[in-house]
Design a protein around this ligand. Structure first.
Ligand code: NZQ
Ligand code: ZN
Length: 391
């Protein structure tokens, strides 16, 4: 087990009607003028925005709004938010939405006190020294941004989707009302399930072999997410499944299921390039690349893949451990398909050309200057083969 620091300072307010507490939660932070950030309109249509405005008003918190954040959130919207925040003198950022909205607010929060261009953080040219305080009301269980320290933004000028991590972006509070996710289209619910699974899988497929507790927590979380995803496919208004899925979203990406591990993250890097090139949904992109990644690296530790097969996917072990491992990958594909997710890039909706594969691999390795992955370090040539395998 590696040395580790576990830091998860976000106050979680969980359950039905908890969005009514939002105004008081902002007040608790000593703030009185919020910039509310939201997406393409689902929060207006559902009436959530109105309830939150009322809660803020009751608590004496005034607000301005920034709508129109799109999935794979854009740098231009971040810049617009920084200008608006400065002009309106907002002292708190409230996200109402999912990962794209929260990530936009995180980037705005770094950008407001920074004299340079906010992309500097994502390009690795600067480290944030300050950020405005933030909180969120979550409307989709997926990215885990409500408890993570990362923000992922797409620069539409160069097609690069890049993440930046800093503890300054931890949410002061996260309001998690599972009922707010009832209005999600089934495709988004399934996307979210894959992303939640993958946040633990990226931490589970590691070279550390003595993480008894961390692995057991991860296995329980992954089994729970699969069970809830299947329930929600048939019964979208099942409160218990929505609630467990939402809690899993937060726990899967707040570091808990990675304590002591080296972590991998290759599948996320491979997906970010697909997102930058095709603007596809994050969870679906992960489902499209993971099977090819798994088959490419399986020999780095097929005992671990066999454990995943048995303890997570419910595969009956055979005498041949490697065969058991392979059956686990096939079972994961079956699960993805069962909830309407792709298992390769064609099913995701794209025919990749040789030139596109080369471009994706070039970007993924920052022009062949880095490797990605922890279980097996992958260079440009490896990445080309994984994209080819995912075609
Ligand atoms: O924009 P609106 O109209 O709100 O619609 C959204 C959007 O179209 C819709 N939606 C959300 N809640 C809804 C709803 N529709 C109906 N009812 C509701 N209750 O869902 C769509 C997707 O929203 P988005 O915020 O993009 O989803 P998600 O939470 O999956 O976030 C994905 C983004 O997060 C990044 C991804 O790369 C992607 O850009 N990630 C962020 C991470 C982090 N900050 O820690 C980690 C992740 O690995 C991930 O990379
Ligand atoms: Zn993710």
């Amino acid at each position: 087990m590696q040395n580790f620091t576990y830091y998860a300072p976000t106050k979680i307010v969980f359950g039905k009607e908890t969005e009514k507490e939002t105004g008081a939660l902002i007040r608790e932070q000593g703030c009185e003028r919020a910039l509310i950030v939201y997406g393409g309109g689902s929060v207006k249509r559902s009436g959530l925005q109105e309830r939150i405005s009322a809660s803020l008003e009751d608590a004496g918190v005034s607000h301005v709004e920034l709508g129109g954040v799109v999935p794979n959130p854009r740098l231009s919207k971040v810049r617009e938010g920084i200008e608006l925040c400065r002009r309106e003198k907002a002292d708190f950022l409230l996200s109402v939405g999912g990962g794209s909205v929260i990530d936009t607010a995180k980037a705005i929060s770094y950008g407001v006190p920074y004299a340079g261009d906010v992309w500097d953080f994502f390009a690795g040219k600067a480290a944030a020294q300050a950020a405005l305080p933030m909180g969120c009301v979550l409307t989709i269980a997926a990215a885990g941004s409500e408890m993570s320290n990362s923000s992922v933004i797409t620069n539409e000028e160069n097609g690069l989707k890049r993440g930046y991590r800093s503890d300054l972006s931890r949410q002061r509070f996260a309001v998690l009302n599972p009922e707010l996710t009832y209005t999600l289209p089934p495709y988004q619910t399934a996307n979210g399930a894959v992303d939640i699974m993958m946040h633990t899988m990226e931490r589970y497929f590691t070279s550390e072999c003595d993480l008894l507790l961390t692995d057991a927590l991860g296995e329980g979380l992954m089994r729970t997410v699969m069970e809830c995803a299947r329930t929600l496919r048939d019964d979208p208004a099942n409160y218990a499944a929505r609630a467990n899925m939402m809690w899993a979203s937060s726990l899967s990406h707040n570091g808990l299921t990675g304590c002591g591990s080296v972590e991998d993250w290759a599948s996320h890097q491979l997906q970010h390039e697909l997102g930058g090139m095709f603007d596809c949904s994050h969870g679906a992109g992960l489902a499209a690349v993971w099977p090819s990644w798994a088959r490419y690296v399986i020999d780095a530790d097929y005992t671990l893949f066999a454990r995943f097969a048995v303890k997570v996917m419910g595969v009956v072990p055979t005498a041949d451990e490697r065969e058991t491992a392979e059956r686990g990958v096939a079972a994961a594909e079956c699960f993805f398909r069962s909830i309407g997710m792709p298992t390769n890039i064609r099913e995701l909706g794209y025919e990749l050309s040789e030139a596109q594969i080369a471009e994706l691999a070039e970007k993924c390795t920052n022009g062949r200057t880095r490797t990605v992955g922890g279980l097996k370090k992958l260079d440009y040539g490896d990445i080309v083969k994984i994209y080819e395998g995912a075609r």
